[in-house]
Design a binder for this molecule. Structure first.
Ligand code: FAD
Ligand code: MLT
Ligand code: ZN
Length: 470
């Protein structure tokens, strides 16, 4: 499209959203910034529709003009999925942030895509319910982005990831039609489950404008412990015991490496050594229940005493108050926030069967250290889900830019091991731009071909978030 025609289309798009829905000049900069600084966005316009009708009209105009559309939520994604390009328009859902309905008896909430995750959690709590999706970026990520990336986080063990929390969606399709699938049903076997196509599609099949989501009883008892362990096999053995002993009550089981604690103590603010002695590995465990008389504290103490007797756990602390509990989780959150303080960091967001987590960490650490002596593996995260953020910090004193040029080389070493263990190269952060070539490399040809057929069927013009995922 020539620049005169593009200016005409952009003018019509701006008229749909009005001045409040157009972001220009320096105000647009945050929409082009990418979390990890790996990409830089651009766009013909940044548009913020206030309603599904406005979003649909924008998409219809873009489809008629064959103009690429780049959907964006809170822009906290870690795979470059929300990066726009200068040949298209960025549609940010942030103004569509209303909770449309909360049905406490049905244990559901219907919210617009731009609703910030923490706001959604608060709305559920005000109705004495729990919306369990929880992740470090919850103060700014949006439910539309969470669904589009099928986000995971720290409560997947008990409640599942975003996909498992969605009952219905409203979606603007790539031709501008609106599919209203906002059903609050636990049972519905009427043909293909269309909503599943859009969940985890990272904006490549349509724009999610609203969702009906599951709520749960609010927890009345929560117990949290941080434990020090000697070996990664001990961590996973402890996980098996904790799961068997507490079943559904185990809501979180997170891995923290000593390198992460050292880093947080050195660079974070207001942190203290969490246990009396230092350990190679730490497990952050949380159990919770909506019953008020479950005596979880005794259960956790019993579990830990037995694990110490068996020489699995070396030391530990159980949070005595909500403030202490938050402090333990603050260490966990800071692991991700402070990583870059160690210099260049090559990322992996992988999953393997839980029974293979220890083997993966041992094998992958050895393989990368053999390739580059001094490299510092920083494996942390949701090991109860088999999900490890296996990030690789540059050797101390190395040249950051030179190190980061080896990103693809280390990805291949790590991903080959992941795949050999029956794992996935993207557990929860998605494919976006960052892992598109890796997906093309590892996915079975038939899988890729089927994905391309789905894309072509729903978005025959190829205008919806082009260049992402496949
Ligand atoms: P964006 O970044 O804006 O977009 C992500 C993708 O979804 C893009 O492809 C975009 O095009 C698409 N998209 C966004 N909104 C829509 C929509 N309405 N319709 C269609 N497509 C859309 N992720 C986890 O899974 N688990 C974690 O524990 C976790 N922890 C994090 C901690 C930190 C500190 C940070 C910065 C990020 C973390 N993330 C985590 C990653 C990120 O927060 C999630 O991927 C989140 O779901 C992205 O939501 P968002 O609204 O920011 O989406
Ligand atoms: C987390 O679990 O903290 C995020 O998903 C991780 C990250 O920043 O890699
Ligand atoms: Zn994570």
């Amino acid at each position: 499209m020539d620049s005169v025609a593009a200016a005409d289309v952009v003018g019509r798009l701006k008229a749909v959203v009005g001045p409040k829905g157009v972001v220009e000049g320096t105000d647009a900069a945050p929409y082009f910034r990418e979390q990890r600084g790996l990409y830089r966005g651009a766009a013909l316009a940044v548009l913020r529709p206030a309603s599904t009708d406005e979003a649909a009209r924008l998409v219809a105009i873009c489809a008629a003009a064959r103009l690429p559309i780049y959907p964006q939520g809170g822009n906290t994604g870690l795979s470059g999925g929300a990066v726009a390009a200068k040949n298209g328009v960025l549609i940010n859902l942030g103004r569509m942030n209303r909770i449309r309905a909360l049905d406490a008896l049905n244990f559901t909430v219907t919210a617009e895509a731009g609703c910030v995750l923490a706001e959604l959690q608060r709305a559920a709590e005000a109705a004495d319910r729990l919306f369990p999706l929880s992740l470090g970026a919850e103060g700014s990520c949006q439910i539309g982005g969470n669904l589009s990336t099928n986000a995971g986080g720290v409560n997947v063990l008990r409640y599942g990831n975003a996909r498992e929390l969605a009952l219905g969606l409203e979606v603007v399709l790539p031709d501008g039609q609106v599919w209203n699938g906002l059903r609050g049903l636990r049972k519905n076997n009427t043909g293909y489950d269309l909503k599943q196509l859009f969940i985890g599609a990272e904006g490549t099949l349509g724009i999610i404008t609203a969702a009906t989501l599951k709520l749960f009883p609010r927890p009345r008892e929560v117990e949290t412990a941080l434990l020090g362990l000697r070996r990664i096999d001990d961590v996973m053995e402890l996980f098996a015991r904790a799961r068997a002993a507490s079943g559904d009550q185990l809501t979180g089981f997170e891995l923290i490496p000593r390198i992460g604690i050292d880093n947080v103590l050195r660079h974070g603010e207001g942190f203290r050594e969490p246990l009396a002695t230092k350990h190679p590995w730490y497990a952050l465990i949380e159990i919770s229940t909506s019953r008020g008389d479950a005596q979880l504290r005794q259960a956790l103490e019993g579990l830990l005493a037995a694990a110490m007797d068996a020489d699995l756990v070396q030391d530990g602390t159980i949070a005595e108050s909500e403030a202490q509990r938050r402090e333990l989780w603050r260490i966990r959150a800071a692991l991700a926030e402070q990583q870059e303080k160690l210099g260049g960091s090559i990322k992996h967001d992988v999953s393997v069967p839980v029974s293979k987590v220890a083997e993966f960490i041992v094998r992958a650490s050895a393989a990368v250290s053999e390739r580059l002596p001094g490299i510092r593996p920083y494996p942390f995260g949701h090991v109860g889900d088999g999900n490890i953020h296996f990030n690789l910090m540059q050797p101390s004193g190395a040249d950051k830019a030179v190190y980061l040029k080896r990103w693809a080389e280390f990805n291949r070493i790590v991903h080959d091991i992941v795949v050999s263990l029956g794992g996935s190269i993207s557990a929860e952060h998605g494919i976006g731009l960052l892992r598109r070539d890796e997906l093309a490399h590892y996915a079975a040809p038939l899988e890729l071909e089927t994905m391309r057929k789905v894309k072509a069927a729903l978005d025959p013009l190829g205008i919806m978030n082009p260049g992402k995922v496949i």
